[in-house]
Ligand binder design. Sequence first.
Ligand SMILES: NC(=O)c1ccc[n+]([C@@H]2O[C@H](COP(=O)([O-])OP(=O)(O)OC[C@H]3O[C@@H](n4cnc5c(N)ncnc54)[C@H](O)[C@@H]3O)[C@@H](O)[C@H]2O)c1
Ligand SMILES: [Zn+2]
Length: 359
Amino acid sequence: MRSKTITTSFGPCVVQIGEGALACLGKVVAGASSIVIVTDDVVAPLHGSKVLDALDNVNLTMHEWTVPAGEASKSLWQAESFYDFLASKGCDRSTMIVALGGGVVGDLAGFVAGTWMRGVRFVNCPTTLLAMVDASIGGKTGLNHAGRKNAVGVFHHPEAVLVDVTTLTTLDDRAFNAGMAESIKHGVIADEAFLSWQMDHAQEIKGRDPRVLEELVARNIEIKAAHVEQDERDQSGVRAKLNFGHTIGHAIEVVCDYALPHGECIGLGMLAAGRVAIGRGLVDETVRDRLSAALSSFSLPCRFTFQGDISAMMSALRGDKKSVGGVVRFVLPTKIGEVTVGHDVGDAEIESAIAELME
Ligand SMILES: NC(=O)c1ccc[n+]([C@@H]2O[C@H](COP(=O)([O-])OP(=O)(O)OC[C@H]3O[C@@H](n4cnc5c(N)ncnc54)[C@H](O)[C@@H]3O)[C@@H](O)[C@H]2O)c1
Ligand SMILES: [Zn+2]
């Protein structure tokens, strides 16, 4: 088991990574008056009992709130139903919310934890690779609204993140590989050696070797935490580097109506950003080649099918949070292991980068 403490303005966030990390939950909940475990209807039957076992000797009132699995649960409607549930159970400021699930559950539970009674204690127990390497760290929560991804949200850090890598054994390959897209992203933006390590250990990673997964998750969390600690509120540009691939990636998610997993869209978005960077002379083809080789090692798509008009994607891009006054801002690579932020990219460059991705 590995342990790391992330410094946040909310206080320390303790991260435990490894087999059996969920067993720490009993200690973490100390001081709460009641606990609400938030999960989805896929994760509940698979891993709900691990959380209940960890809380076996804890003498607290416990409630469970289960949402339908899938992106549609990141809605204000779902948050409102959750508030109704909390109210019906008499939950107050000393209630603690525990998320057990992927990024959808973490974002919804974190949002409600950050807004119920102006904020209650929160613990995140991620069960997808994407949530382990990315979504559970950094305090961003988000709900989608009127076709805008993460349009409504608050910063609310968990006080602990418990990453039991053995929960990944039940995750299907497509969802697992989608998480690898964010892991590849971390290599591309900050650590070339880590990108190579992922390629070298692709077989063990895909075989879900728990020791290799522990190392993989730990390095991802270090990279993400370093960006968050330097720029918690996403103001100086350091944290914005983590958005590499997310400008076009989010637009693909929206126009495909969330039919493709987030990670697959981010992989495609990274390839498109790579093309823009090549067009501007920031990098040469080898950078995009390495990126597509890394994505392909984890069966992530380098192309996608889209029947609609490219103008739908352009308007989704302008609606993205990262656009300012309708000007779309990009994070672009300057080499493997380094990106720069704030590039204003014109429509023609974007359209040709997207066109290259289409089947
Ligand atoms: N807050 C952040 O900083 C942040 C960062 C990145 C992504 N996100 C958000 O995260 C979401 C994507 O997260 P995700 O990819 O984890 O999706 P998800 O939460 O929808 O999980 C994917 C699927 O896997 C199932 N699942 C979860 N754990 C499982 C397990 N151990 N075994 C079997 N099935 C399991 C879920 O029920 C779901 O059907 C997006 O909404 C994205 O915007 C947030
Ligand atoms: Zn992402």
